[in-house]
Design a protein. Structure first.
Length: 318
């Protein structure tokens, strides 16, 4: 095979690179998270049958695949015709409320069943009219001693979720709120969302918070509302075991052993090292030499893309 043919073959291989390193980019196969997906399947089935359930909270270090898992679960719920809203918390309460209201509005407009869509739009219109009438008035309706008061945005969100869920339950559907980086959300908004999960569950209405964040997330939630410990199923997301890591990779034995050693089972690292090795290879299965050539590229990508940016954004306490 001449040089031109080799170059063309390598180019064709690179076009078929199955790895997808990046923030929340979904890999072709989601390996090692079967149990988590089964839990989501169960919640979806219960919702469609008219039953309610607890929300889900996933916590873990950076790079273990929390965002990818949330995205896959969102796709599962949306694929079953349920209403899904996704947001990444920013810590800016005003902005996060805007993300929520905008996400809910877009989710309603995506609904393909015309009658249900119109009912939800009518509910949304009613809530917005009420919130406009309230204006800047703030009431002090508390659910407990922990509540200092409710803002107009908080009241609007509570009314919106309740009215929508009442309509959705009639149709065997539900409202799923997927929140990434939940631990950085403002305490007041976090408390409102936790309170909604609580009150909707008490009324047997189909509202679910499916959230992910750093390992401190469970503690942050219970600090915001002590009863949060009973509202969610808490799951730790960690590194993949070696057998699951091997399932992710299509390399010869020596190359595979080296990639397992390098990635240490972290899904993001698997994607980065796997992608770099794939791009350096001229044959399949991928040989050890391609892994070695790709190592400095992968390490540089991790240093600049994952570690450095997170270090710069870290707060003093972190």
């Amino acid at each position: 095979m001449n040089t031109v043919d080799l170059a063309r073959r390598k180019e064709a291989m690179h076009a078929l690179n199955p790895f997808a390193p990046g923030a929340g980019r979904q890999p072709k196969e989601l390996v090692g998270r079967e149990q988590e997906l089964e839990i989501m399947d169960r919640i979806i089935a219960r919702t469609k049958a008219g039953y309610s359930d607890r929300g889900l909270v996933y916590s873990g270090l950076r790079g273990v695949g929390k965002t990818v898992l949330l995205l896959r679960m969102k796709d599962m719920a949306a694929g079953q015709g349920l209403i899904t809203v996704r947001m990444e918390a920013t810590g800016n309460e005003t902005h996060d409320y805007e993300l929520l209201f905008d996400g809910i509005s877009k989710a309603i407009l995506r609904e393909r069943r015309g009658t249900l869509r119109q009912k939800m739009l009518d509910s949304l219109k009613h809530v917005n009219e009420v919130s406009l009438e309230l204006g800047l008035i703030k009431t002090s309706i508390g659910l407990g001693n922990e509540d200092k008061g409710i803002s107009s945005d908080s009241l609007r969100l509570e009314m919106m979720v309740e009215e929508l869920c009442r309509e959705l339950k009639k149709e065997g559907s539900g409202l799923f709120l997927f929140i990434d980086e939940f631990q950085v959300m403002s305490s007041d908004l976090m408390g409102t969302i936790i309170g909604l999960q609580h009150s909707m569950g008490q009324e047997d209405l189909p509202f679910y918070v499916i959230a992910a964040g750093l390992p401190n997330l469970p503690g942050v939630l219970t600090k915001s509302r002590s009863y949060a410990e009973r509202l969610f199923q808490y799951k730790r997301i960690g590194r993949l075991p070696e057998d699951k890591t091997r399932e992710c990779l299509r390399f010869d034995d020596d190359a595979l052993n080296r990639l397992i050693e390098l990635s240490k089972g972290y899904p993001y690292s698997i994607q980065v090292y796997g992608s770099a090795a794939f791009d350096e290879s001229e044959s399949s299965p991928i040989p050890l030499s391609a892994v070695i050539k790709g190592e400095p590229i992968a390490q540089a990508s991790l240093d600049s893309g994952l570690y450095e940016s997170r270090w710069q954004r870290a707060r003093p306490l972190e």
